[in-house]
Design a protein around this ligand. Structure first.
Ligand SMILES: *Cc1c(COP(=O)(O)O)cnc(C)c1O
Length: 479
């Protein structure tokens, strides 16, 4: 570092001076003073570093207006809420990084009502006695799935852990080798098994497992037969799996419970939308499974939750496990879940009002029309800055469900005239309302399936602020 850089550093104003200037300017009046000080300190530290790295940054110190302008922008950026709405142009409907399922309007109304007020979470309004929080959804879940009993916890990973710990701690659990799944976020069947205290007994081979494999593995220590749905992968070719019916019969013959982790947990057969039939929760219950576990926010289209349904005898044992208290569901989630489940009482209503299902059901023709409209509006606004085209594409269900299946869809593709695609992607992600797209052969695609009609204006605004930048900062960014 040379002497010149050092002398520039001495010109960096003090935190207090900066605060005085900013307060006098008045444009950050809404920011608490503590926060303002914190941000200014951060800004000055970064400025110091960039001066040390490159003397050029020091020119800012000679222009107080510009310095205060940059500082104000920094404070504004920093003070934005960390969690914000995002426009999902990826076409992945249950996008784990973008919060999985969207909630229906009915659920949002319930959240509002139950969040603002006290609620009968654990009060039986008829008797005035203490009630159970699970009571609010247990009846509905039984009615919808045909199960004898039900329980809800924080998420499906918790549901599986809790069931294993209750039914098979210090005992053996038999699972087919082909079903030892890893879900994103490091949920792996062998690991969760270990944490539950159960001992994993793998049977069969990766592609083929037979009933005799399970039979031969049975010992006096066997606590559970487990089937795991291959949510996010497929084994194809020379394959063989034991049917639920055969597994259930084996369990019955030996007095051992049988459980299925369905993962996504769909209540409606979606094959009518061109997707291959996934086993529904009703199918799993009807097959005689003693316990079935699934997520609330994958194909069910509700809030994050883990749902267990099955035989009363086993569900009651799981309910009274002390670990359940640590994994329990909160009142807001419960309120949202109840309203989503109520929509399922009328299937056509569920398909219309539950966003996850409605988005799957959107026909490609409708999306083509929306893509053409969006493309025209983009051209009208930004013709000098990018080339916009309409193109067919494929949407995905996501959330680790139906990995090999695509839904025909339409997208608007953006090819900027003077900006790298990675820069456009980067800037859109950091816009006031961030837009997440998909890069494909040097163009940024927005799949219309996951973009709501009332998000179009915001998308155009974000595109405009992102694509239209002055020449100077464009060349800086590109450098
Ligand atoms: C997604 C999934 C889980 C985990 O569910 P979360 O709700 O994400 O906790 C467990 N098992 C299977 C088979 C899954 O697909």
């Amino acid at each position: 570092m040379d002497r010149q850089h050092h002398s520039i550093l001495r010109e960096i104003p003090s935190v207090n001076d900066c605060i005085d200037w900013l307060v006098a300017a008045g444009s950050l009046d809404d920011i608490p003073l503590q926060r303002l000080k914190f941000c200014v300190r951060r800004y000055l530290a970064t400025l110091r570093e960039s001066i040390l790295a490159d003397g050029e940054a020091g020119t800012l110190l000679a222009d107080r207006q510009r310095l205060l302008g940059e500082m104000t922008d920094f404070v504004r950026q920093y003070h934005r809420p960390r969690m914000r709405r995002v426009i999902n142009g990826t076409g992945v409907i249950v996008h784990t990084n973008l919060g999985r399922s969207l909630l229906p309007a009915a659920a949002m109304d319930m959240l509002e009502s139950v969040g603002r007020s006290y609620a009968n979470l654990e009060l039986d309004l008829e008797t005035g006695k203490r009630g159970s929080r699970y009571h609010h959804v247990e009846g509905l879940l039984c009615e919808l799935t045909g199960a004898e009993a039900a329980l809800v916890v924080n998420n499906n990973a918790a549901a599986v852990l809790l069931a294993l710990e209750t039914l098979a701690s210090a005992r053996e659990v038999i699972v087919s080798r082909g079903q030892l799944v890893e879900i994103g976020g490091s949920f792996r069947i062998p690991d969760i098994m270990r944490r539950s205290g159960a001992r994993l007994v793998e049977v069969g081979t990766t592609n083929r497992t037979h009933l005799r494999d399970y039979q031969q593995a049975l010992t006096g220590d066997t606590g559970l037969l487990l089937r795991v749905h291959c949510s996010n992968y497929r084994i194809i070719g020379f394959t063989s799996e034991v049917s639920n019916a055969a597994l259930v019969r084996l369990g019955k013959d030996h007095g051992i419970p049988v459980m299925e982790d369905l993962g996504s947990g769909c209540l409606i057969d979606l094959s009518r939308f061109g997707l291959t039939k996934e086993p529904t929760v009703q199918d799993a219950v009807a097959s005689g499974m003693d316990v079935v576990t699934f997520s609330g926010d994958k194909l069910l289209g509700g809030p994050q939750a883990g749902i267990l349904v099955g035989r009363k005898h086993y569900i009651d044992r799981i309910k009274s496990n002390p670990l359940n208290r640590a994994l329990r569901i909160d009142k807001l989630t419960l309120a949202a879940l109840e309203s989503v489940l109520r929509l399922y009482l009328d299937e056509s209503q569920a398909l219309r009002q539950i966003p996850t299902l409605a988005l799957i059901a959107l026909p490609a023709e409708v999306l083509a029309e929306r893509a053409r409209d969006l493309c025209e509006r983009c051209r009208a606004l930004l013709v000098d800055h990018a080339v916009f085209t309409v193109q067919p594409t494929w949407s995905q269900v996501g959330g680790g469900a139906m990995p090999e299946q695509n839904l025909a869809s339409w997208a608007v593709a953006v090819a900027p005239v003077a900006m790298k695609i990675s820069l456009l992607e980067n800037r859109l992600r950091q816009a006031a309302i961030p837009v997440i797209g998909r890069v494909e052969s040097d163009r940024l695609l927005f799949d219309l399936r996951t973009i709501a009609a009332d998000e179009i204006e915001a998308l155009l605004a974000s595109l405009q602020t992102t694509l239209v930048i002055d020449k100077e900062s464009a060349s800086e960014d590109r450098g």
